[in-house]
Design a protein around this ligand. Structure first.
Ligand code: ZN
Length: 141
């Protein structure tokens, strides 16, 4: 089973515990981008994997390749999909950046982007396919 073959969804159902885990991850490194993977089945989150940002930058992320490969292999074993790839924008709005659009290598994975609004970390989810951006509503469950 291909972990990258999650079907396109019209709504992202995100468990509150996963929402809080990612928010805490973004908060802990609020001077640079953080990143990771949300696994899931049928649009519902199952687990959050925090991955080191290899780029170590406030304006871009690059998942550390060895950690990323381990997560991909794990998901293949447990037959789960990559529902979303998340990262944070410490100093920019949550809308995908030019680099995010250029480097959207996984068209079936949602791009979940965290940003600060009036000091609160919030997230929005987008599909980026053929350089087109579509926002997908998130429902916290
Ligand atoms: Zn970004």
């Amino acid at each position: 089973m291909d972990p990258l073959a999650h079907p396109i969804v019209s709504r992202f159902r995100l468990h509150r515990i996963h929402y809080k885990q990612m928010r805490y991850h973004a908060e802990r490194f609020n001077h640079r981008e953080v990143c990771g993977i949300v696994s899931g089945i049928n649009g519902v989150s199952i687990r959050v994997f925090e991955i080191k940002n290899w780029a170590n930058s406030p304006t871009r992320f690059l998942m550390e390749p060895t950690e990323q490969l381990k997560v991909f292999q794990h998901l293949e074993r447990v037959k789960q999909h990559i529902l979303a790839i998340y990262h944070s924008h410490p100093n920019q709005p949550s809308f995908p950046s030019t680099i995010d659009i250029q480097e959207a290598y996984y068209p079936n994975a949602l791009n979940l982007i965290w940003s600060q609004i009036n000091g609160y970390w919030m997230c929005q989810a987008y599909y980026i396919r053929n350089r087109k951006i579509k926002e997908i509503p998130i429902k916290i469950i």
